[in-house]
Design a binder for this molecule. Structure first.
Ligand code: SME
Length: 167
Protein backbone atom coordinates (compact mmCIF):
# COMPACT_ATOMS: atom_id res chain seq x y z
CA UNK A 1 0.00 0.00 0.00
CA UNK A 2 1.55 3.37 -0.93
CA UNK A 3 2.41 5.58 2.03
CA UNK A 4 0.02 8.28 0.79
CA UNK A 5 -2.93 5.89 1.01
CA UNK A 6 -2.17 4.86 4.56
CA UNK A 7 -1.76 8.50 5.62
CA UNK A 8 -5.12 9.27 4.02
CA UNK A 9 -6.68 6.31 5.83
CA UNK A 10 -5.17 7.52 9.08
CA UNK A 11 -6.48 11.04 8.46
CA UNK A 12 -9.99 9.63 7.94
CA UNK A 13 -9.75 7.37 10.98
CA UNK A 14 -8.74 10.29 13.18
CA UNK A 15 -11.58 12.37 11.76
CA UNK A 16 -14.00 9.69 12.99
CA UNK A 17 -12.27 9.60 16.37
CA UNK A 18 -12.73 13.35 16.68
CA UNK A 19 -16.49 12.89 16.35
CA UNK A 20 -16.66 10.22 19.08
CA UNK A 21 -14.01 11.59 21.47
CA UNK A 22 -15.32 12.30 24.98
CA UNK A 23 -12.82 15.14 25.51
CA UNK A 24 -10.08 17.14 23.78
CA UNK A 25 -7.57 15.35 26.00
CA UNK A 26 -8.78 11.95 24.71
CA UNK A 27 -8.62 13.17 21.14
CA UNK A 28 -5.05 14.48 21.52
CA UNK A 29 -4.00 11.22 23.20
CA UNK A 30 -5.56 9.17 20.39
CA UNK A 31 -3.91 11.29 17.68
CA UNK A 32 -0.48 11.06 19.34
CA UNK A 33 -0.77 7.28 19.81
CA UNK A 34 -2.05 6.50 16.32
CA UNK A 35 0.50 8.69 14.55
CA UNK A 36 3.36 7.18 16.58
CA UNK A 37 2.06 3.63 15.98
CA UNK A 38 1.45 3.93 12.27
CA UNK A 39 4.35 6.07 11.12
CA UNK A 40 7.72 4.65 12.15
CA UNK A 41 9.56 7.91 11.42
CA UNK A 42 7.33 9.80 13.90
CA UNK A 43 9.51 9.13 16.93
CA UNK A 44 8.10 11.71 19.32
CA UNK A 45 4.55 12.99 18.88
CA UNK A 46 3.04 15.47 21.30
CA UNK A 47 0.86 18.46 21.92
CA UNK A 48 1.64 21.77 23.55
CA UNK A 49 -1.18 24.01 24.75
CA UNK A 50 -0.83 27.75 24.99
CA UNK A 51 -1.18 29.07 28.51
CA UNK A 52 -1.98 32.74 28.34
CA UNK A 53 -0.02 34.85 30.78
CA UNK A 54 -1.55 37.28 33.24
CA UNK A 55 0.43 40.38 32.26
CA UNK A 56 -1.90 42.64 34.27
CA UNK A 57 -0.65 40.83 37.36
CA UNK A 58 2.91 40.88 36.04
CA UNK A 59 3.24 37.27 37.05
CA UNK A 60 3.28 34.93 34.11
CA UNK A 61 4.41 35.17 30.53
CA UNK A 62 2.47 33.16 27.95
CA UNK A 63 3.97 29.70 27.54
CA UNK A 64 3.44 26.46 25.68
CA UNK A 65 2.69 23.73 28.19
CA UNK A 66 3.25 20.07 27.38
CA UNK A 67 0.05 18.08 26.88
CA UNK A 68 -0.51 14.47 25.78
CA UNK A 69 2.52 12.92 24.08
CA UNK A 70 4.07 9.62 23.02
CA UNK A 71 7.84 9.16 23.14
CA UNK A 72 10.76 9.84 25.43
CA UNK A 73 10.13 12.26 28.30
CA UNK A 74 11.18 15.79 27.31
CA UNK A 75 12.79 18.37 29.59
CA UNK A 76 10.77 21.01 27.70
CA UNK A 77 7.50 20.93 29.59
CA UNK A 78 7.07 24.74 29.30
CA UNK A 79 8.35 26.70 26.33
CA UNK A 80 8.26 30.48 26.04
CA UNK A 81 6.93 31.88 22.76
CA UNK A 82 10.34 33.27 21.85
CA UNK A 83 12.06 29.90 22.31
CA UNK A 84 12.48 26.81 20.18
CA UNK A 85 10.89 25.63 16.97
CA UNK A 86 7.73 25.29 19.07
CA UNK A 87 7.77 28.97 20.04
CA UNK A 88 8.40 29.94 16.41
CA UNK A 89 5.37 27.98 15.16
CA UNK A 90 3.07 29.33 17.87
CA UNK A 91 4.16 32.96 17.57
CA UNK A 92 4.04 33.02 13.75
CA UNK A 93 0.89 30.90 13.38
CA UNK A 94 2.73 28.97 10.65
CA UNK A 95 3.71 25.33 10.35
CA UNK A 96 7.47 25.00 10.77
CA UNK A 97 9.37 22.13 9.12
CA UNK A 98 13.05 21.72 10.01
CA UNK A 99 14.98 19.17 7.95
CA UNK A 100 18.13 19.36 10.11
CA UNK A 101 17.47 20.48 13.67
CA UNK A 102 21.18 20.83 14.43
CA UNK A 103 21.51 23.47 11.73
CA UNK A 104 18.67 25.54 13.26
CA UNK A 105 19.76 27.84 16.10
CA UNK A 106 16.16 27.97 17.43
CA UNK A 107 16.11 24.24 18.15
CA UNK A 108 15.63 23.07 21.77
CA UNK A 109 16.93 19.54 22.09
CA UNK A 110 14.60 16.87 23.43
CA UNK A 111 16.57 13.78 22.41
CA UNK A 112 20.06 13.52 20.94
CA UNK A 113 18.59 11.18 18.33
CA UNK A 114 16.25 13.81 16.85
CA UNK A 115 17.25 14.94 13.36
CA UNK A 116 14.15 16.67 11.97
CA UNK A 117 10.96 18.21 13.30
CA UNK A 118 7.56 19.51 12.23
CA UNK A 119 5.30 21.74 14.32
CA UNK A 120 1.77 22.75 13.25
CA UNK A 121 -0.22 25.36 15.18
CA UNK A 122 -3.75 24.65 16.43
CA UNK A 123 -6.25 27.46 15.95
CA UNK A 124 -9.52 28.27 17.66
CA UNK A 125 -11.42 31.08 15.97
CA UNK A 126 -8.26 32.23 14.23
CA UNK A 127 -6.15 32.36 17.40
CA UNK A 128 -3.30 29.97 18.16
CA UNK A 129 -4.21 27.85 21.20
CA UNK A 130 -1.56 25.16 20.92
CA UNK A 131 0.36 22.99 18.50
CA UNK A 132 1.20 19.48 17.39
CA UNK A 133 4.94 18.74 17.48
CA UNK A 134 6.60 15.73 15.86
CA UNK A 135 10.28 14.76 16.00
CA UNK A 136 12.02 12.20 13.82
CA UNK A 137 15.28 10.33 14.18
CA UNK A 138 15.62 10.58 10.38
CA UNK A 139 16.84 13.75 8.68
CA UNK A 140 14.32 15.59 6.46
CA UNK A 141 11.63 13.08 7.47
CA UNK A 142 8.65 15.37 6.81
CA UNK A 143 7.43 15.91 3.26
CA UNK A 144 4.29 17.56 1.88
CA UNK A 145 2.06 14.58 2.74
CA UNK A 146 3.30 14.64 6.35
CA UNK A 147 2.60 18.35 6.52
CA UNK A 148 -0.91 17.72 5.21
CA UNK A 149 -1.54 14.98 7.79
CA UNK A 150 -0.09 16.93 10.73
CA UNK A 151 -2.04 20.09 9.80
CA UNK A 152 -5.18 17.95 9.43
CA UNK A 153 -4.68 16.56 12.96
CA UNK A 154 -4.08 20.07 14.34
CA UNK A 155 -7.33 21.20 12.63
CA UNK A 156 -9.27 18.31 14.18
CA UNK A 157 -8.17 19.42 17.65
CA UNK A 158 -8.89 23.08 16.87
CA UNK A 159 -12.41 22.26 15.66
CA UNK A 160 -13.00 20.09 18.72
CA UNK A 161 -11.87 22.87 21.06
CA UNK A 162 -14.12 25.36 19.28
CA UNK A 163 -17.08 23.22 20.31
CA UNK A 164 -15.77 22.02 23.70
CA UNK A 165 -13.14 24.37 25.12
CA UNK A 166 -10.86 23.16 27.92
CA UNK A 167 -11.81 25.16 31.00
N1 SME B 1 12.36 20.68 19.79
C1 SME B 1 11.36 21.55 20.30
C2 SME B 1 11.15 21.36 21.79
C3 SME B 1 10.16 20.33 22.12
S1 SME B 1 10.80 18.76 22.16
O1 SME B 1 11.30 18.45 20.84
C4 SME B 1 9.62 17.68 22.51
C5 SME B 1 11.70 22.99 20.00
O2 SME B 1 12.76 23.28 19.47
O3 SME B 1 10.88 23.88 20.29
Amino acid sequence: MPAETSKQDLARELEHRAVSSPSAEHLMTAIASRLAQQLPHYNWVGFYLLEKGAPEKGTKQPALVLGPYVGAPTPHTRIALDQGICGAAASSGQTVVVDDVHADPRYLSCSIETKSEIVAPIFVQGQVVGELDIDSHSPAAFGPDDRQLVEHCARLVGRYLEKAPIR
